[in-house]
Design a protein around this ligand. Structure first.
Ligand SMILES: Cc1cc2nc3c(=O)[nH]c(=O)nc-3n(C[C@H](O)[C@H](O)[C@H](O)COP(=O)(O)OP(=O)(O)OC[C@H]3O[C@@H](n4cnc5c(N)ncnc54)[C@H](O)[C@@H]3O)c2cc1C
Length: 323
């Protein structure tokens, strides 16, 4: 090993619930983990105010506070948390091989195991009024934030399966759901289309886009535009859900790790193992179905346990087999 290159037992990429939970478990197993936080220290939950569904917080907790506490818990057992972003990787194909990761385009570090917890970013429309009101009524997660709009009028944007599923979820909680679909048809499966079309408090507007989200501090309404006729209409709503998809943060792993067609890392079966020995993935980066903090934390725990077992196996294969 070159003198200048640091080598870790466990390197964790990402500082969301998955990364920090992996760190807590890895640190307690004496794997001396190093976490690189990426550009969003604390992950997606730092963009939300109230988290009410993470077990252990009966009064709820605000996202940034929860993530500081997770970091502190990881540090308490010796995790080394560093600001920095992985910009390139070179994973070994050999069991027991050493993986190389470039940080911030400038420094290479080596690791016996790597846990990828780089998350997935929700896509937004990019309208200035939408961006201004994120956290003030604009959300990209109906399951997370729908409850705050109980009994109120809301709107959702999108025409895929996720949008349809989230619209039917919201319809159970909210008074009315206006669903804006850009095209003259929905991309969602026929079954999902039938489901939303048969829910009486969902009003589907085809060929319709957002012209502007209305409201100063919080969402008060929506100006919609029909993209065929140019006709505009304003409706009063308090919540706007953007359901136009997520992008997993996996660009730097392309060509090295197996992924599905949308870029989620594949971890077949009941494990967090990728196709490279010693490389594991946890959290939203490998889960397009649930995308919740508690499920991300759960797979973070699994990844650390998988890494620990892998290291034990490559260090003393006979002992592991006998056990
Ligand atoms: C507005 C909003 C509200 C939400 N509310 C809730 C809620 O109430 N309850 C709930 O359970 N879930 C909620 N969620 C979902 C929840 O935030 C995610 O499911 C969870 O954060 C996923 O955790 P993760 O660790 O997989 O990834 P993330 O939280 O996305 O963290 C990814 C981490 O990876 C880092 N990273 C990215 N690329 C790199 C790289 N190249 N190198 C190093 N690091 C990198 C980022 O900086 C970040 O720290 C909400 C999501 C949003 C957007």
């Amino acid at each position: 090993m070159s003198e200048n290159i640091e080598r870790f037992k466990t390197l964790i990429l990402g500082s969301g619930p998955a990364g920090y939970t992996a760190a807590i478990y890895a640190a307690r197993a004496d794997l001396k983990p190093v976490v690189y936080t990426g550009m969003e220290p604390g992950g997606q939950l730092t963009t939300t105010t109230e988290v009410e569904n993470f077990p252990g917080y009966p009064e709820g907790i605000d996202g940034p506070t929860m993530m500081v506490q997770l970091q502190q818990q990881a540090e308490r057992f010796g995790t080394d948390v560093r600001i920095g972003m992985a910009t390139a990787v070179e994973f070994s194909d050999e069991p027991g091989g050493i993986h190389k990761v470039t940080i911030d385009d400038s420094k290479v570090v080596e690791a016996e195991t790597v846990i990828i917890s780089t998350g997935a970013s929700a896509k937004y429309l990019g309208l200035p009024s939408e961006q201004r009101l994120r956290g003030g009524g604009v959300s990209a997660c109906a399951v997370c934030d729908g409850f705050f709009y109980k009994g109120q009028d809301v709107a959702i944007v999108g025409g895929g399966d996720t949008a349809a599923e989230e619209a039917s979820y919201l319809a159970k909680i909210c008074k009315s759901v206006t669903m804006l679909v850009r095209k003259d048809h929905m991309r969602a499966s026929k079954a999902m289309q039938n489901r939303v079309m048969n829910i009486s408090n969902i009003d589907i507007r085809f060929n319709t886009e957002i012209d502007e989200v209305l409201g100063d501090q919080v969402v008060e309404g929506l100006r919609m535009v029909n993209n065929q006729t140019g006709e505009k209409e304003e409706i009063a709503i308090t919540g706007l859900f953007i359901a136009i998809g997520h992008k997993p943060n996996t660009d730097i792993f392309k060509g090295q790790l197996d992924m599905d067609e949308t870029g989620y890392i594949l971890t077949p079966g009941k494990s967090t193992k990728t196709n490279k020995p010693g490389v594991f993935a946890s959290g939203d980066v490998q889960d397009k179905d649930y995308r919740q903090a508690v499920t991300a934390a759960g797979t973070g725990c699994m990844a650390a346990l998988d890494a620990e077992r892998y290291l034990a196996e490559v260090e003393s294969p006979e002992e592991v087999e006998e056990a």
